[in-house]
Design a binder for this molecule. Structure first.
Ligand code: PEP
Ligand code: MG
Length: 568
């Protein structure tokens, strides 16, 4: 089987098939005594399971993250809830799973319509716990990533970013999913966790069985099922060679990111949480070009407080106060959801209510984050950037709120950093086209090619069927990138890139030639990028880039890049 190599490496292990049962619940006649007995035993087993999961997570997760299990236990132990379920079974002679579903839906409806954020979050808890109970009544087992205790390759239809965040690196040697492209967030998480991954594998779930042996070649995007001994030997050798090359690159860790003709660029890391800083430092990153703060929100059971956020931002900034850290404000929506924040369903969530659009509407959420950022600014070199900016008005509104909160904090007696850079993501074509105007008001740009390409090509980044349109080397994309960089430079501002294209060895020569100042990528890509940058002359890459933007197809561009890099 073939798929898209999303995070390099090779894994050889047994398959752990991660799939939740589909429960089809219908109303049936039941004997109340029997149904109530089934209900009580399902509740008991569920409580035990939640307690075990909590125990396993203790020490691994923070207290506030562990609190989610207490909330689940509170639901599972709620006498009011279950006396209503029992009443329903007794009075209507219905089956237990149906009664649980009916009562749960009623409570979920009530909680979801409440104004209070905390109470709305309880709806997600009820859904979660009652799904577990219904599954037990129906005799189904729930899949649980935290129960894995041997080396496996996880196989799933899709892994949500929060599933991916829960993976235990000790046992997860790799994963493969049916859904997703190279820039889906589970792929991005896999790279930051350094777990080999292949995504977008057609018919994966119907072709693979739990416990089967698998070779996951996430360098070439290939899967071998039930490998022979000879194949296992061959891939073990490939895996060792891969690890050896990784080791050799380590020699470049402390060398400057400078081209062969002496031009400095910045090679920074993308992170999802403070603990990822370790990877950036280990791989010799010049700073952080993108901290995706949404993971902080996704890992919590309710909106993180100003204090919690402050601690996280401070930890990242203080790791090395000489290195610039660009923290992006909340980019929720699209494929990133918060269980406790109800976003009305939309036909096209990537084109909908997400990122800065949501933040400018939910000012309470946005102001809390800005305050935490500004308070943390004195601990290092902070750049703040806003995601999904489409119009100057949005940038101005966001900037105005930043200024207001900064003034408030100073009035309250807080010390703030001397210089906080305020920039924006350029990931909507409208912003790229108007970059020269934006550059008058923003301190810097960071090009988000994952979204910029999806919006320019009108190709959903989650769709495997249209993944051929993810074409970073298409001249149309190169022209948008050029417009953005030129726009920034015209106003004396710097321009970075934090989409996956920035760490792509075939794109780097072009980006260097187009004048990109900062390249921000998965930490594990930094050293290979440094090796390449040090071998290239900027002046030659400028010539290459000029030819590339005059091409008509991406294939022509790739031919030019191959010829130019091969000469080295
Ligand atoms: C991007 O769109 O390129 C980007 C870096 O942001 P995200 O992948 O989080 O949408
Ligand atoms: Mg984006």
């Amino acid at each position: 089987m073939k798929g898209i190599a999303a995070s390099n490496g090779i894994a050889i292990a047994k398959v752990f098939k991660f799939e939740q049962p589909v429960l089809t619940i219908t109303r049936k006649e039941g004997k109340p005594e029997e149904e109530i007995a089934k209900l009580r035993s399902a509740i008991e087993v569920s409580i035990q399971e939640i307690e075990t999961i909590k125990e396993k997570a203790t020490g691994k997760l923070k207290d506030e993250e562990l609190a989610i299990f207490d909330a689940h236990l509170a639901v599972a132990n709620d006498p009011e809830f279950f006396s209503q379920v029992e009443d329903k079974i007794n009075s209507e002679n219905v089956n237990a799973e149906y009664a649980v579903e009916e009562v749960a839906n009623m409570f979920i409806g009530i909680f979801e319509s409440m104004d209070d954020e905390y109470m709305r979050a309880r709806a997600a808890d009820i859904k979660d716990v009652t799904f577990r109970i219904k599954a037990h009544i129906c005799g189904e087992r729930l899949a649980d990533l935290s129960t894995i205790s041997e080396e496996v390759v996880i196989v799933a239809e899709d892994l949500t970013p929060s599933d991916t965040a829960q993976l235990d690196k000790k046992y997860t040697t790799g994963f493969a999913t049916e859904m997703g492209g190279r820039t889906s967030h589970s792929a991005i998480m896999a790279r930051s966790l350094e777990i080999p991954a292949i995504v977008g594998v057609k018919e994966l779930m119907t072709s693979v069985e739990h416990g089967q042996m698998m070779i996951l070649d996430a360098i070439n995007g290939e899967i071998v099922l039930d490998p022979t001994d000879a194949q296992i030997a061959e891939y073990t050798e490939k895996k060792n060679a891969f690890l050896e090359e990784k080791k050799q690159l380590m020699e470049l860790k402390d060398l400057p990111s400078i081209t062969a003709d002496g031009v400095h660029v910045e090679l920074a890391g993308n992170i999802g949480n403070p603990s990822n800083m370790e990877g950036v430092i280990k791989n010799g990153g010049d700073g952080v070009g993108l901290y995706r703060t949404e993971f902080l929100y996704m890992d919590a059971s309710e909106l993180p407080s100003e204090e919690d956020q402050f601690e996280a931002y401070k930890a990242v900034l203080a790791t090395d106060p000489t290195k610039r850290v660009v923290i992006r404000t909340l980019d929720i929506g699209g494929d990133k959801k918060l269980p406790y924040l109800t976003i009305p369903p939309e036909m096209n969530p990537f084109l909908g209510y997400r990122a800065i659009r949501l933040c400018l509407d939910r000012k309470d959420i946005f102001r809390t984050q800005l305050r935490a950022l500004i308070r943390a600014s004195k601990f290092g070199r902070l750049g703040i950037m806003f995601p999904m900016i489409a119009t100057l008005q949005e940038f101005r509104n966001a900037k105005a709120m930043f200024e207001e909160e900064k003034a408030n904090l100073i009035k309250e007696g807080y010390e703030v950093g001397e210089k906080i850079e305020l920039g924006m993501m350029v990931e909507i074509p409208a912003a790229a086209v108007l970059a020269d105007q934006f550059a008058k008001e923003a301190d810097f740009f960071s090009i988000g090619t994952n979204d910029l390409i999806q919006y320019s090509m009108a190709a959903d980044r989650m769709s495997e069927a249209v993944s051929y349109l993810y074409q970073p080397y298409n001249p149309s994309i190169l022209r948008l990138v050029k417009m953005t960089i030129d726009g920034a430079h015209k106003e004396g501002k710097w321009c970075g890139m934090c989409g996956e294209m920035a760490g792509d060895l075939k794109a780097i020569p072009l980006l260097l030639g187009l004048g990109l100042d900062e390249f921000s990528m998965s930490a594990t890509s930094i050293l290979a990028a440094r090796k390449l940058v040090r071998s290239l002359k900027k002046s030659e890459m400028e010539e290459l880039a000029n030819k590339a933007i005059a091409c008509s197809t991406m294939e022509e561009v790739l031919e030019l890049v191959d010829a130019a890099v091969e000469k080295k």
